[in-house]
Design a protein around this ligand. Structure first.
Ligand code: PHE
Length: 338
């Protein structure tokens, strides 16, 4: 049976090449696919095939039938085209526009990081990066947060060993930069941070921050305010307002919590800002003398400010997104909108 099929396949392949007109097409069609044709004949002989081979032989015949149908259809199409446009052998039109490859785009977080880098570099800041796996020393100790300090509770962490953890903020970058650089300096340190937070619409175990640090002679809180206001206006437009309220961080003194006027509702109150008109985007303050001591700076001669902003929060404010998780789900229907 299989031999017979192979022989028929060869015959079919050579006869299909000889088709020149409608008549030739029809005769081959009926010979192979007609009601009394070769393939029907094969099916009729099925009862002669031993039981255990029947299924596999059956599928070989079916596959052959499909093959013949496809080839004949193609031959027929060629005949019709030849009739319409005699002499034209090919249907490839090289003047048609090609198929565009689908282009990717940058993730909204990456876009925001680039924009932040652009704005701060205009104001003389350089960009530095720290490691995502930090030591307890850089993440806490050097920032004036000793082992028993209650400020650690707020930053419940992913520890890898007792002295290594995923950084809970970008502030350890301050220490790393200051240990390597002599003042004066202006630097931002963007990066991914991790905390063992319960996940909800505004908290995720993974998020982005940008740290800012400026140290010079006679740097004051006004410089901090001025620079952050320029930043806010660049990102959110001239009507953007900033709010500083007293706060506490062990590595700055005095410290402030920074909020920005809610962009989607222009501060009138909406779901994004829980009707307050304000969105908390980070913390800031004047660098604490004990931090300067750790890095070997003379705090009599120098002063500085530091801030840490939540990049996800900035994105959420700008686009009126009220669930942080959507930034990390890689849903193309969302990402294509940026
Ligand atoms: N690192 C702080 C946080 O993540 C924010 C901060 C940075 C505060 C710099 C003051 C100065 O909560």
């Amino acid at each position: 049976m299989r031999e017979k099929i192979n022989k028929l396949r060869e015959e079919f392949n050579s006869s299909i090449l000889s088709i020149k007109d409608e008549k030739g097409y029809e005769s081959i069609y009926f010979r192979f696919l007609g009601r009394k044709g070769e393939i029907a004949g094969l099916f009729k002989k099925m009862p002669e095939v031993p039981q255990e081979e029947r299924a596999s032989v059956g599928s070989v015949i079916n596959e052959f039938k499909k093959f013949c149908e496809g080839k004949l259809e193609e031959a027929h199409r060629n005949l019709l085209r030849e009739k319409k446009e005699p002499g034209k052998k090919t249907c490839l039109d090289v003047t048609l526009p090609g198929t565009l490859p689908s282009l990717g785009r940058r993730h909204p977080i990456t876009q925001m990081v680039s924009e932040i880098e652009r704005i701060f570099s205009m104001m003389g800041f350089t960009v530095a990066h720290g490691p995502e796996i930090e030591t307890d020393y850089y993440n806490f100790e050097a920032l004036n947060i000793p082992a028993d300090h209650p400020a650690r509770d707020e930053q419940d962490s992913f520890y890898l060993t007792s002295s290594y953890l995923l950084r809970t903020h970008t502030s350890p970058g301050q220490i790393r930069v200051m240990k390597k650089t002599k003042p004066p300096l202006r630097v931002i340190i963007p990066g991914r941070c991790f905390r063992r937070d319960a996940v909800d619409a505004s908290h995720l175990h993974t998020f982005y921050q940008v740290e800012g640090l400026m140290v010079d002679k006679e740097v004051t809180f006004s410089h901090l305010k001025g620079i952050l206001e320029v930043f806010a206006r660049e990102i959110f437009g001239p009507q953007a307002a900033m709010r500083f309220r007293p706060d506490y961080f062990p590595f700055t003194e005095p410290s402030a919590e920074i909020s920005i006027s809610c962009f989607p509702c222009r501060g009138r109150g909406c779901r994004t800002c829980s009707n307050t008109g304000w969105l908390e985007i980070g913390g800031a303050g004047m660098v604490h003398p004990s931090v300067f001591k750790v890095v070997g700076y003379n705090y009599e001669d120098f002063s500085g400010f530091a801030f840490g902003l939540g990049i996800d929060r900035l994105i959420m404010n700008r686009y009126g997104i009220n669930d942080i998780r959507i930034l990390y789900e890689n849903d193309l229907r969302f990402l294509r909108q940026f």
